[in-house]
Design a protein. Structure first.
Length: 293
């Protein structure tokens, strides 16, 4: 019997990035939320471990053999210390690749959760989170898919301020954005951020209050992402100029931008207008929060 899980899109509501340390890694502080939309992963018994990738963005992956899903599966099986019957994995890829949405990390998180359940592995949550963190900066947060404040390299997680799911619109110009290139541009600019967690209330009353607080913060990688892919700047300018957008910002290292809206009617109207203005862009109306099942 197949098991399935949603691998939700990750959105950095803010992202502060500090100067690189001696090992080259940048400390960060980010509030991450997750969309009620993403890739879908299925796991079923098989003769050998393999991965099949389908979906609108399946062909955009560099190669199934190097997919984070398989890397996550092999890392977890290394913790099993006993034979495990093989499973086949099927990834239905609906998120753009190299888009600042944590798609690969979220896919890997779904694989870890499903494989632990299917194989009955005695790997506790802390160890599972450590495996996820070893796969990338977004790995630990994307394992659970719930709002979280991430610090360090992204592996130090603490609870996010409370907020009800927020209506939003995601827009990607269908241009992949290389994270290493963005960081090279970011380092060249030399404008590093303070990664101390900003003061925040325990909870926000609604989208308007959340957006107003976020407007005092930033995504430090946003200018560098626009340097690397000017199309991202066109998306951001378009969203920021629309009346329904309480806040418009780049997510992660680009190239997806998001706009927070006051409600579902505003988000629907904004999404429809953007689709009409730029039919070549990828547009998705979502709710941000999590976790989603």
């Amino acid at each position: 019997m197949a098991l399935t899980a949603l691998a939700p899109a990750k959105v950095n509501l803010f992202l502060h990035v500090g100067a690189p340390a001696g090992d080259g890694y940048h400390p960060l502080c980010s509030l991450m939320a997750f969309a009620d939309f993403g890739d879908r992963l299925a796991l079923q018994p098989a003769d050998a471990m393999d991965l099949k990738v389908t979906g609108p963005f399946g062909t955009a992956l560099g190669g199934e053999g190097d997919n984070l899903v398989l890397r996550a599966a092999h890392a977890l099986l290394g913790e099993a210390r006993r034979p495990v019957a093989p499973f086949g994995l099927s990834l239905d890829k609906h998120l753009p690749v190299a888009a600042g949405l944590g798609g690969g990390s979220s896919d890997a998180g779904a694989a870890l959760r499903l494989l632990r359940e299917a194989a009955g592995l005695e790997v506790d949550d802390a160890r599972l989170e450590a495996i996820a963190a070893g796969l990338g900066a977004d790995g630990a947060a994307c394992l659970w898919g719930r709002p979280v404040l991430a610090e360090g390299r992204g592996e130090r997680l603490s609870p996010a301020p409370g907020f009800a799911p927020v209506d939003a619109v995601l827009v990607n110009p269908r241009v992949p954005v290389s994270t290493p290139e963005v960081y090279r541009s970011f380092d060249a600019r030399g404008r590093f951020g303070d990664v101390t967690p900003p003061p925040a209330p325990e909870a926000f009353e609604g989208a308007v209050e959340l957006a107003a607080w976020l407007a005092t913060l930033r995504n430090d990688l946003e200018p560098a992402a626009i340097d690397v892919a000017p199309e991202v700047g066109a998306v951001l300018d378009t969203l920021a100029g629309e009346p329904e957008a309480l806040l418009a910002r780049v997510s992660g290292s680009g190239g997806t931008c998001f706009a927070l809206c006051a409600g579902d009617i505003e988000a629907e109207g904004l999404a429809e207008r953007i689709e009409s203005l730029a039919p070549q862009w990828w547009v998705r109306r979502v709710r941000l929060g999590g976790p989603w099942t």
